[in-house]
Design a protein around this ligand. Structure first.
Ligand SMILES: [Zn+2]
Length: 328
């Protein structure tokens, strides 16, 4: 049995940016409710996808590769994404993962839609995720053709990740077998192994496919909070606690202390600098560092940059430190 994770799940940049924006935007700012909602949505999506990893890890997978969060850009400036893709010698499997908490989720076929009420009892309506994943199948088949890879059977499923959230399928919902719980993945893959016994992809073609998938993946977000439209001046400044995220930590002698959770450490500025990078996507000067972290002590600033060993250009006041290395 070989089961290799070829593209790991990392915390999506979109989630990191939303989290930093949520932490640093004052609650009375007009964009705050939107940022809060965005943060909740990204983090719930990530939670759902991560919970599926547990079941995938325990699946008795026959020679397969696993790719998380692949995204491909098309020549028409559109893009398609897949939460999880598994490649087997006989077929490909796409998983679209959904994570809802609160009231039951209802899937209807006529028209194709998903409705769900959050804990606040607010009704939300979305497109039926089965349409989404079927569209991904179509795009993947087209992508295989464009990359001169052989046509492959593509299976697809919507995984409702939260076992505590009831899923109701309307009687007319046709593709009920394609909406599953993560615990069913193991049986399902076993079934498909039987159905697609014939190997279509040789080791060599699987390698070509692997290389094409990894080299053509493009991240959606670049660092920067343009999406949220909150200016540097408006954002809350200060050093936040790496443990409980409370703003602002206090410096007592050489140590930073968190009044909210009691965490203390000398090494806390890295997370605060990451927030700056997520806001601007740019480099930082001594002066901006001083404003962002609310530190006036020049020695501390100098020591911090020395310890971080970042690339820089320019001298004295004009020196800019490049922060890209802080977030891989
Ligand atoms: Zn704390």
């Amino acid at each position: 049995m070989i089961c290799l994770i070829k593209k790991n799940r990392s915390i999506p940049l979109a989630l990191l940016i939303a989290e930093a924006a949520h932490r640093r935007t004052p609650p009375l700012h007009p964009r705050y409710p939107y940022i809060k909602k965005d943060h909740r949505n990204f983090s719930s999506g990530y939670k759902g996808e991560s919970s599926v990893d547990y079941y995938l890890k325990n699946c008795p997978l026959s020679s397969s590769y696993i790719y998380h969060n692949l995204r491909f850009e098309r020549p028409d400036d559109e893009a398609f994404e897949m939460d999880v893709l598994l490649t087997f010698p006989g077929y490909l499997l796409i998983l679209e993962v959904k994570h809802y908490s609160g009231e039951p989720v209802t899937l209807k076929a006529d028209p194709h839609q998903l409705t769900w009420k959050s804990y606040e009892k607010k009704k939300n309506t979305f497109d039926d995720p089965i349409l989404q994943v079927k569209q991904q199948k179509k795009q993947l088949q087209l992508w295989l053709r464009t990359n001169n890879l052989p046509p492959m059977p593509v299976e697809y499923f919507v995984v409702m990740a939260n076992p505590h959230c009831e899923v109701i399928l309307s009687p007319s919902y046709k593709e009920r077998d394609r909406v599953i719980r993560p615990s069913y993945l193991e049986y399902l893959i076993y079934e498909f192994d039987q159905k697609h016994k014939k190997s279509i992809l040789t080791e060599g073609v699987l390698r070509d496919l692997d290389q094409a998938l990894l080299s053509q993946h493009r991240e959606l977000f670049k660092p920067g909070m343009e999406r949220y439209n909150v200016s540097f001046e408006e954002l809350k400044k200060g050093v936040h606690c790496p443990d409980c995220k409370y703003l602002k930590m206090r410096k007592v002698h050489r140590t930073w202390e968190c009044a909210a959770c009691g965490f203390y450490s000398k090494e806390v500025l890295l997370d605060t600098l990451k927030d700056y990078y997520l806001k601007t996507g740019k480099s930082i000067t001594n002066q901006l560092f001083s404003q962002w972290c609310e530190i006036n002590n020049r020695k501390t600033i100098k020591k911090t940059f020395k310890r971080l060993d970042l690339n820089y250009d320019g001298e004295t006041k004009a020196r800019r430190y490049f922060l890209g290395a802080l977030i891989p």
